[in-house]
Design a protein around this ligand. Structure first.
Ligand code: PSU
Ligand code: MN
Length: 311
């Protein structure tokens, strides 16, 4: 571990990650909230390791992000992953929680939003996660819009994902991204995917098939003065996907139950994901693991193409 200071926010880099950043080699940041809140132990630890391997298979260095002891950990070690995966009660830390949990010196699991903050500070240009947060169904009443979307408007990071989680209102999520001038490109597919479903039934705004064109488009976005993210989607593999109709009823039921049980704020996403897992007998959790891995591999590949382009 190499301790480095960045504007008073202490970042602790795994040596391999620090070397890659310093040498301009591709690095892909990964979230830790999916370890602590997305999947149960020990699947969470095993999946986190496979996700890192997938980034490597794609040609980049993985850096899973978390906070501990008042520091941002840039590249969790195997032991870190095991500890976070098996320790109950680690808080979910989004962008606004970051300054507080850092001050408290507690362990914290980073969401997509807080990972973008950390990745940018660390000098990492790529981030991969299976499903971003978005506009929740019924948001016109609950006003539940993930801060992931707001953070996209503030962080210069390329985000590779399998769209947004199926439990959300994906049409409104796309509208929000359009309003906020966040580019959305689907890699080698026509549709905006829905996490563990290949398609959301919505057309993606743009399809691009060429890695080098995507790399150039990302640099153009930043070159044009945008201090914001660039979204690239890649769908789960057909064989590992879940049929949308199969989960729709479970999602509707879970949303009704969440409202009945008064689930609000940060707790909503995990509540809904777990309810759908239970309703599908664990099939959706399995598909969740698969899509985390396939997204990470594409993230690695596109980060590598981007690093080649910048050389
Ligand atoms: N994927 C999952 N489960 C999750 C998340 C992703 O399978 O819990 C997390 C991600 O970390 C994402 C966050 O950033 O949910 C968004 O939470 P919210 O909707 O509360 O903004
Ligand atoms: Mn929310």
């Amino acid at each position: 571990m190499t301790p480095l200071l960045h504007d008073d926010i202490p970042l602790v880099f795994r040596a391999e990650v620090a070397d890659a950043i310093n040498e301009g080699r591709p690095v892909v940041a990964l979230e830790s909230n999916v370890i602590t809140h997305g999947l149960p132990y020990p699947d969470n630890a095993a999946t986190a390791r496979k996700v890192e391997e997938a980034v490597r298979a794609g040609g980049a260095v993985p850096a899973t992000l978390a906070i501990e002891g008042g520091e941002i950990v840039v590249g969790m070690t195997e032991a870190d992953i095991e500890r976070f995966a098996s320790t109950p009660g680690i808080p979910k830390v989004s962008s606004r929680d970051l300054p507080i949990v850092l001050a408290q010196g507690r362990m914290g699991a980073l969401t997509v939003a807080s990972c973008l903050v950390a990745a940018e500070l660390a000098g990492i240009r790529f981030f991969a996660s299976a499903g971003i947060g978005g506009v929740h169904r019924g948001a016109e009443r609950s006003m539940d819009i993930s801060s992931d979307l707001v953070q996209f408007t503030r962080s210069q990071v390329a985000v590779v994902c399998a769209g947004a989680k199926k439990i959300l209102d994906l049409g409104l999520t796309l509208e929000y991204l359009e309003t906020q001038c966040v580019p959305v490109v689907s890699y080698r597919s026509d549709d905006f995917p829905a996490f563990y479903c290949v398609s959301s039934g919505l057309r993606s705004p743009v399809r691009l098939d060429d890695d080098a064109v995507i790399a150039r488009a990302i640099e153009n976005h930043w070159g044009l003065g945008n201090n914001s993210s660039f979204l690239i989607t890649t769908p789960v593999r057909e064989a590992e996907a879940i049929d949308g109709d199969e989960v729709d009823a479970a999602i509707a039921e879970a949303i009704t139950a969440a409202e009945r049980d008064g689930i609000r704020g940060q707790a909503v996403t995990k509540y809904l994901m777990r309810a759908v897992d239970a309703a599908t007998g664990g099939r959706s959790a399995k598909a969740n693991m698969a899509v985390l891995i396939s997204t990470a591999e594409v993230g690695g590949r596109l980060a590598a193409a981007h690093a080649r382009y910048r050389k």
